[in-house]
Write a protein that binds this ligand. Structure first.
Ligand SMILES: Nc1ncnc2c1ncn2[C@@H]1O[C@H](COP(=O)(O)OP(=O)(O)OP(=O)(O)O)[C@@H](O)[C@H]1O
Ligand SMILES: [Mg+2]
Length: 324
């Protein structure tokens, strides 16, 4: 094994530590972003305004040697604003494709639920297949290609709720909470200090190192027993689940798809790797199940009316399904 592969966990650890310095109290979010980076998935971040969602993604992009673009989603956003478009060059007498913001390693889609359905369908192809089709020409996106989308939970007029197929394409869904008083004070101190002295320029992680780390992370051992555990969790959301789960399945309109099991498996491997292990444990699966599965469930209207939440349902499931 090349030395870079053996060093991969340390370099990723250093990256996590570097990010934690600029994102107070966001260890969980940082871990999720790094898991997505290692597993090659997309992240949907949900939280009230001002919780440093944009800052987190900007810091992540700055910490790796990747290209970064940001798209502010509005109801009048057009697919070509995201993908780019062929532009006619009269001198040469031909069309030249001018690439849009999607052709970057990390793409921040701010307030994705404000983007109209046509833009969301472009995102579907990009996120699942790593390619976009413009004017009948299919173009590959760079690797890694990671969409970090933010969504504001406060419902405003002019939002388009993400379709299930779109939600299913996010590896993880992270919900952010407001900070406590102590954390809030630390944020104040940090931002205050930054206004006096700009942040020191850290050396970004080179792409080759990141690619090595991704390879090493995905080689993490996932025992057959853990695979069975993941399958038991996911299939317990389906109609043909054992009778003992019928009180849960009756709350579910659309269960978790196989993409959910795959997401949970690769995220668990990446988490194990981040924790310095060469094998995943049940705790990796348990810790990630709500973020990897809850957004893929659609509850029945009755369950929603009763105030049931997908995350609670996954928590119930975790309490009932035996890990081994
Ligand atoms: N946990 C934190 N660590 C460091 N800075 C923070 C933290 N929380 C908030 N801030 C600061 O608060 C401000 C708002 O952050 P940011 O713009 O990233 O929020 P946001 O979640 O993207 O908000 P919006 O939903 O309105 O786009 C920034 O100046 C940021 O530095
Ligand atoms: Mg923002």
């Amino acid at each position: 094994m090349p030395t870079t592969l053996q060093q991969a966990p340390q370099t990723v650890h250093a990256l996590a530590a570097q990010l934690a310095e600029g994102l107070i109290g966001h260890e969980r979010l940082i871990e999720r972003l790094l898991i997505a980076l290692l597993a090659g998935g997309h992240v949907l971040i949900e939280g009230a305004p001002g919780l440093a969602k944009t800052r987190a993604v900007k810091h992540l992009a700055a910490a790796i040697e990747g290209s970064f673009a940001r798209v502010q989603c509005t109801p009048d956003l057009m697919p070509s604003d995201v993908t780019g478009t062929p532009v006619f060059r009269p001198k040469e007498g031909l069309f030249e494709f001018v690439a849009g913001p999607i052709f970057h390693n990390i793409v921040l889609m701010d307030e994705i639920n404000r983007a109209p359905p046509k833009v969301q369908s472009v995102m579907l192809e990009a996120m699942a297949e790593g390619q976009v089709t413009v004017a009948n020409v299919t173009r590959r996106l760079p690797s890694p290609f990671i969409v970090v989308a933010t969504q504001n939970p406060i419902e405003h007029e002019g939002t388009f709720p993400l379709p299930e197929a779109q939600l299913d394409r996010f590896l993880l869904h992270v919900a952010l909470e407001l900070p406590d008083a102590k954390t809030e004070r630390k944020i104040l101190d940090l931002v205050e200090a930054e206004t006096r002295e700009p942040e020191p320029n850290q050396r970004p992680m080179v792409m080759a190192t990141l690619q090595d780390a991704r390879q090493a992370a995905m080689r993490t051992h996932l025992a057959p027993e853990l695979r069975d555990y993941i399958v038991r969790l996911v299939t317990a959301t389906r109609r043909d689940a054992p009778e003992s789960y019928s009180d849960l399945t009756s709350d579910i309109e659309h269960p978790v798809s196989p993409r959910g099991s795959l997401a949970l498996a690769s995220a668990a491997k990446a988490r194990a790797f981040l924790h310095g292990r060469d094998h995943a444990l049940p705790e990796d699966v348990m810790d990630l199940a709500p973020d990897a599965l809850a957004h893929r469930l659609v509850l029945s209207w009755r369950a929603v009316a009763d105030g049931r939440k997908s995350r609670e349902l996954i928590a119930d499931l975790l309490a009932r399904v035996e890990p081994l």
